[in-house]
Design a protein around this ligand. Structure first.
Ligand SMILES: Cc1cc2nc3c(=O)[nH]c(=O)nc-3n(C[C@H](O)[C@H](O)[C@H](O)COP(=O)(O)OP(=O)(O)OC[C@H]3O[C@@H](n4cnc5c(N)ncnc54)[C@H](O)[C@@H]3O)c2cc1C
Length: 380
C-alpha cells in the first residue's frame, strides 16, 4: 500500500507539494480551509528557479505556466520622473540559468496546478486545527472536530500558519513597516516591467499577457491601518498620481473595489521546521517580504526538494523530512534576509539617503547586479 500524506493548505506551496509527493509514490490529500477554490489574488512572478523546479516535476506543467503569462525581457528600477536607476537584462540571464521567468495571474497558476493534480485530491472547507505525533503516524484535527491520520503531514497553511504556531509558539509574523496594494488593469499593451522608487513608497508595473497589467504599490504605514475601498483610489492618487506614465493611467484603468491591500510581514528564519513525521513548507516555514518576488518560488522549490527526499526515503520517512529541512533552510533563509534588506532600501524616506542610494545604484555595474540575480534564479 502506498504511504499517505496530508497537506494542510491548498495554496501554491500545498498544491505543488501534493504533485511532488504523488510523484514520490504517496497518496495525497490537501485540506483547504476556504469553502471553495476560487480565483483570488492579482499577479505573480514565477522566476526561472521556480520554472526549473516545476520542470523537474512535470515539463508540460512548466511549459503551460510560462505560456500563461508574459516573459519580461528586462527588469528596470526607475525614479518617479521615469529616469533609470538600474537595469537587469533578463533575457541574457534566462539563457544563462536555462529557463525563463514569467509574470501571470495568480489564479491562473493555481488553476494550472489544480489541473495537473487532477480531481479528488483537495478537500475544501477543511480547516486544520492541530496535529499530534503518534509513533509512525501523524493525526490531524480539523476545527469541525473530525480527525484524520497519515504517514506524513505537511503544514503549508501560509503566513499565519496554525500548525507552525503549534510547533514553534513564535507568535504573529513581524510587520515590515509598509503596506501594499495590488490590482490588475485591463486593455493595455506594450508596457515594460518596471519598479519605481519614491519617498517611502514604490510602484511596480508587471505585464501578465492578454493585454492585462498587474501592478503593486507600497507605502510606509502603521501596522494594521485600514481604509475603506472607497478611499483607496484617492490615497493611491495622492501617492502616485504625479509619477511617470503609465502609473496614473494604470490606476485609472483598475476597477474600483478590485484593489487588494496587504500589510507586508515576514519572520526571522527559523531553524526548526518539523518534528517526527511532520514538517512545514512555503510561507508557513519561511514567510518573506515580496521584494524579490520569491515567496511562491521558494515554496515551489521546497515542494520539489521535499518530493525528492521522500522518494529516496533513505533512513525512513522521518529522516527524509529532516533532510528536506536541512537542504531548504539555508537557501530560504538567505532569500528572506535579502528580501527584507531590499525592502528597507526601497522604502527609504530621507531625501539625502535616497539620493545616495540612487547614485550608488546608478554607478554600480549592471553585470554585478546580474550576478546576484543569476544566483537567485538557479535551481538544480
Ligand atoms: C504583495 C505580495 C506580492 C507577492 N508577489 C510574489 C511574486 O511575485 N512571486 C512570488 O513567488 N511570491 C510572491 N508573493 C509571495 C507569495 O504570495 C507567497 O509566498 C505564496 O503565496 C506562499 O504560498 P503558500 O502556499 O506557502 O501559502 P498561501 O498562498 O498563503 O496558501 C496557504 C493556504 O492555506 C490555507 N489555510 C490557511 N490556514 C489553514 C488551515 N488552518 N487549514 C487549512 N487550510 C488553511 C489558506 O486558505 C491558503 O489557501 C507575494 C506576496 C505579497 C503579499
Amino acid at each position: 500500500m502506498n504511504p499517505r500524506a496530508l497537506l494542510a493548505g491548498g495554496g501554491i506551496g500545498g498544491l505543488t507539494a501534493a504533485l511532488a509527493l504523488r510523484r514520490a509514490g504517496f497518496e495525497v490529500r490537501v485540506l483547504e480551509r476556504a469553502p471553495a477554490l476560487q480565483a483570488v489574488g492579482a499577479g505573480l512572478t514565477v522566476q526561472p528557479n521556480a520554472v526549473l523546479a516545476l520542470r523537474t516535476l512535470d515539463a508540460r506543467l512548466a511549459d503551460a505556466v510560462v505560456a500563461a503569462g508574459h516573459v519580461p525581457p528586462a527588469l528596470r528600477v526607475l525614479d518617479p520622473a521615469g529616469r533609470p536607476i538600474s537595469k537587469v537584462d533578463a533575457t541574457a540571464l534566462y539563457r544563462e540559468v536555462g529557463a525563463p521567468g514569467v509574470a501571470l495571474h495568480r489564479a491562473r497558476l493555481h488553476e494550472l496546478l489544480l489541473q495537473a493534480l487532477g480531481s479528488g485530491h483537495v478537500e475544501t472547507g477543511a480547516e486544520v486545527a492541530g496535529f499530534e505525533l503518534r509513533g509512525d503516524r501523524v493525526a490531524v484535527r480539523l476545527s469541525n472536530g473530525a480527525e484524520l491520520d497519515a504517514d506524513v503531514v505537511v503544514g503549508a497553511d501560509g503566513l499565519r500558519s496554525t500548525l507552525r504556531g503549534q510547533l514553534l509558539h513564535d507568535g504573529p509574523p513581524r510587520y515590515a513597516g509598509y503596506t501594499s496594494w495590488r490590482g490588475v488593469a485591463e486593455g493595455l499593451d506594450g508596457l515594460d516591467t518596471t519598479e519605481t522608487w519614491g519617498p517611502g513608497c514604490r510602484f511596480g508595473v508587471v505585464p501578465i499577457g492578454a493585454r492585462r497589467v498587474y501592478w503593486f504599490a507600497t507605502a510606509n504605514a502603521p501596522a494594521g491601518e485600514t481604509e475603506s475601498a472607497v478611499d483607496t483610489p484617492a490615497r493611491l492618487d495622492r501617492l502616485f498620481g504625479r509619477w511617470h506614465a503609465p502609473i496614473p493611467e494604470l490606476l485609472a484603468a483598475t476597477p474600483d473595489g478590485a484593489i487588494l491591500r496587504t500589510d507586508i510581514a515576514d519572520r526571522p528564519p527559523a531553524r526548526v521546521w518539523g518534528q517526527g513525521r511532520f514538517t512545514l513548507l512555503g510561507d508557513a516555514a519561511h514567510p518573506m517580504t515580496p521584494n524579490l518576488g520569491q515567496g511562491a518560488c521558494q515554496a515551489i522549490e521546497d515542494a520539489v526538494v521535499l518530493g525528492r527526499c521522500l522518494a529516496a526515503r533513505e533512513g525512513g520517512l522521518e529522516a527524509a523530512l529532516r533532510r528536506y529541512e536541512g537542504l531548504r533552510q539555508p537557501r530560504s533563509a538567505a532569500v528572506t534576509v535579502a528580501a527584507r534588506r531590499l525592502g528597507a532600501l526601497g522604502q527609504l524616506e530621507n531625501a539625502l539617503l535616497r539620493g545616495l542610494r540612487d547614485t550608488l545604484l546608478r554607478a554600480a555595474p549592471q553585470s554585478a547586479q546580474e550576478r546576484q540575480v543569476a544566483r537567485l534564479w538557479r535551481f538544480a
